[in-house]
Design a protein around this ligand. Structure first.
Ligand SMILES: *Cc1c(COP(=O)(O)O)cnc(C)c1O
Ligand code: SF4
Length: 362
């Protein structure tokens, strides 16, 4: 943490800094607070405020402390500070390009494969990622309680014997408190045909203090449990993040990483190589590198597929096989996650069929 950074927040003591609830209470959600803490102007107020009424901002003090304030292209700032391009260059894109909302047998439970379901257990996140493909949910307030929503999901899974894996996602499931999370894990784990649980959470990168001893004791009881996180840039790999991953691993839970390929953030071979090597050093397995989806509000982050393929060629030469993720595009309909590299004929056919998902790749 930069010197004196913590003292820019009310009750900013190093003890409070390590408390995840304090971090959440002190998230930066207004442009004036952001400018004050970064000690620099942060762009056109009126336009950004309009944008933030559509896509709110929230950044944990921890994540903010990793931003270099004098770099207006800082790769972490690009991921969390609102940008007018979110509305300017995305107007014609779909809110929900994968059609998730049409693939919900019960509200908030997405099923796109017969054997796996993805439970959106909350819409909240510690830090809102500007590139989020589910940013359509950020402003949706949920009418029902989480328990009644989860009860309907648990009932559906228990009545559907083909489902062997349940993924807790969101939003960020680790926004729930330990007791609620344990209720959910235990409800799914007690269904006889559910063999494996998975948690998808960005908390190790944006709020590593959430990974407490108590949380890990709970998680440990629900193995086999797989933890997928999201680091997108080497500057996110800090001693705090490494400690968080290590705690999860010490509970006997493998940690894998899903990055999103983001223009200006990690689309250079050097940044991606440092990220992958950094993950490997934390024993975190790079799992997927997602081609950025054409979701409304995310267009300025998208690279073309050719950039992604060239990047994979370079990484293949430079990185350990253990550090190499699968470069995939999530496609609507039956295709699901399609590996893009190495580029084969069936993949070319899938790309041709979904031209709207890609710039010309040939
Ligand atoms: C990504 C995803 C999964 C998991 O896919 P894997 O390839 O097993 O990681 C499951 N369900 C939905 C709806 C998904 O989007
Ligand atoms: S943590 Fe995940 S769900 Fe939340 S804003 Fe980031 S990408 Fe979206």
């Amino acid at each position: 943490m930069r010197n004196n950074f913590v003292s820019r927040f009310p009750d900013g003591t190093s003890r409070n800094w390590r408390d995840w609830r304090w971090q959440l209470r002190h998230r930066v959600t207004s442009l004036s607070a952001l400018a004050g803490i970064l000690e620099r102007p942060v762009g056109d107020g009126a336009e950004l405020r309009r944008l933030m009424s559509l896509y709110p901002m929230a950044i944990t003090p921890y994540y903010l402390s990793l931003i270099k304030p004098d770099d207006d292209q800082d790769p972490l700032a690009l991921q969390c500070v609102p940008d007018t391009r979110e509305v300017e260059c995305s107007a014609d894109l779909a809110d929900d390009p994968l059609g998730e909302d049409r693939s919900m047998p019960v509200p908030n439970l997405v099923q796109r494969y017969p054997d796996r379901v993805l439970a959106i257990v909350t819409h909240r996140c510690a830090t809102y990622c500007r590139h989020c493909n589910r940013k359509r949910f950020w402003k949706t307030s949920q009418a029902s309680s989480w328990k009644s929503r989860l009860t309907a999901m648990v009932r559906y899974v228990s009545e559907t014997p083909k489902i062997r894996e349940v993924i807790l996602s969101g939003g960020d499931p680790l926004m729930l408190d330990d007791a609620s999370l344990e209720w959910i894990l235990s409800a799914f784990a007690s269904i006889p045909h559910v063999e494996v649980l998975r948690i998808g959470s960005r908390v190790p990168a944006v709020l590593p203090m959430r990974i407490t001893g108590n949380l890990c004791r709970i998680l440990k009881r629900y193995r086999p449990l797989w933890f997928n996180t999201q680091f997108n840039h080497p500057a996110e790999i800090t001693p705090d993040a490494a400690r968080a991953c290590n705690r999860i691993q010490e509970a006997g839970i493998p940690v894998s990483n899903q990055s999103v390929l983001l223009q200006g953030v990690n689309d250079s071979p050097d940044a991606m190589q440092d990220l992958l090597n950094g993950l490997q050093k934390m024993s975190v397995r790079p799992y997927y590198l997602f081609h950025c989806e054409p979701a409304r509000g995310c267009n300025h982050f998208r690279t073309d597929v050719r950039t992604g393929l060239k990047l994979m060629e370079k990484l293949h030469q430079r990185c350990s096989g253990l550090a190499l993720p699968q470069y995939v595009a999530d496609l609507p309909g039956r295709e699901g996650k399609v590996p893009l590299w190495p580029l084969s004929q069936p993949i070319k056919n899938a790309l041709r069929k979904h031209q709207d998902f890609f710039d010309n790749f040939e």
